[in-house]
Design a protein around this ligand. Structure first.
Ligand SMILES: Cc1cc2nc3c(=O)[nH]c(=O)nc-3n(C[C@H](O)[C@H](O)[C@H](O)COP(=O)(O)O)c2cc1C
Length: 281
């Protein structure tokens, strides 16, 4: 007969938590609203999308609220990141994955003669749009994190031209691939620092298909001198991640990431100081 403290009861006590985690997991479904219309081959025209050119010296029109889905070839983990995408022409986009982000890390896992599949989804539950901007470790899925935030797993549908999955209720999905060795000059772009980020070489996303709802809405956000809309995404990160930070550094009381510092460039902390030099630690 198992006794309390033997490990059996602890495991039993955790079951409701496990059941809850199960609810956050994504579910694969066969059909999605996002594939009511499927455009392939010559039907693919990025110029049909109302992509914004915001500032006078921007290098062209930029997609600003697309969620880029990639997969880590070695671990199989899916990743969703919000990256700007410059429209070069009807079939190619700049894939602006900064070097320290998972989208870039995943590309480095492919051989030069392989193609990395990419899908860019628009719309669906805003929890996933937020999760795509959140500083999650590579092993933690944004799709699952969004399921946790909304208390219910997201329904995902397989892409038409590759083996990635996208939220079934997306408005629009761009499917394509990146050749790991191919770079092209991208930018400049009026960025959320309030200055232009200079033109530089970034990967190229070749578009193979565009799928969408019958009457889709095309989401976009204005990026520029702070505060813009993305300031509130930063504010959400500040509040959601404070308890996590305090798990590791319990002396931290509160933190603020001012929009003027573009979130990651300035962090103001208050702490319970316990010994000389504690703040330096
Ligand atoms: C409006 C907006 C635009 C962004 N544009 C880019 C971008 O072009 N490239 C990039 O690497 N990160 C960009 N970010 C930041 C990433 O979305 C964020 O750091 C995310 O956590 C990266 O995810 P990853 O590490 O899973 O790739 C942007 C964030 C926002 C809110």
């Amino acid at each position: 007969m198992p006794r309390p403290g033997s490990g059996f009861f602890e495991k039993l006590a955790k079951l409701p938590v496990l059941a809850e985690v199960g609810n956050w997991m994504p579910r694969t479904v066969k059909r999605g609203l996002c594939q009511e219309v499927v455009l392939q081959g010559d039907q693919v025209r990025l110029s049909d999308l109302p992509v914004l050119t915001t500032w006078p010296e921007d290098g062209g029109p930029f997609i600003t609220l697309g969620l880029s889905h990639t997969r880590n070839k070695q671990t199989g983990h899916r990743n969703v990141g919000l990256y700007r995408l410059q429209v070069f022409d009807d079939r190619t986009l700049g894939f602006h994955t900064q070097l320290h982000h998972d989208g870039a890390r995943n590309r480095h896992g492919y051989h030069l003669d392989e193609r990395m599949p990419v899908a860019v989804s628009f719309g669906g539950d805003p929890a996933l749009t937020y999760a795509a901007t959140a500083p999650l470790p590579p092993f933690l899925s944004e799709v699952m994190f969004a399921g946790f935030l909304r208390g219910e797993g997201i329904e995902m549908v397989p892409c038409v031209t590759n083996d990635l999955e996208v939220p079934a209720d997306s408005e629009i999905v761009i499917e394509g691939y990146v050749n790991p060795g191919e770079l092209r000059r991208e930018g400049p772009f009026g960025d959320h620092t309030g200055y232009y980020s200079l033109a530089d070489d970034y990967p190229v996303l070749h578009v193979e298909a565009i799928t969408m709802r019958r009457n889709p809405v095309f989401p976009a956000t204005i990026v520029g001198r702070p505060p813009q809309e993305d300031a509130y995404l930063g504010l959400a990160t500040e509040r959601i991640f404070l308890p996590l930070l305090r798990l590791v550094l319990p002396e931290i009381r509160d933190m603020h990431l001012p929009a003027a510092g573009a979130f990651h460039n300035l962090v103001i902390l208050s702490m319970k100081k316990e010994y000389p030099g504690h703040a330096q630690k």
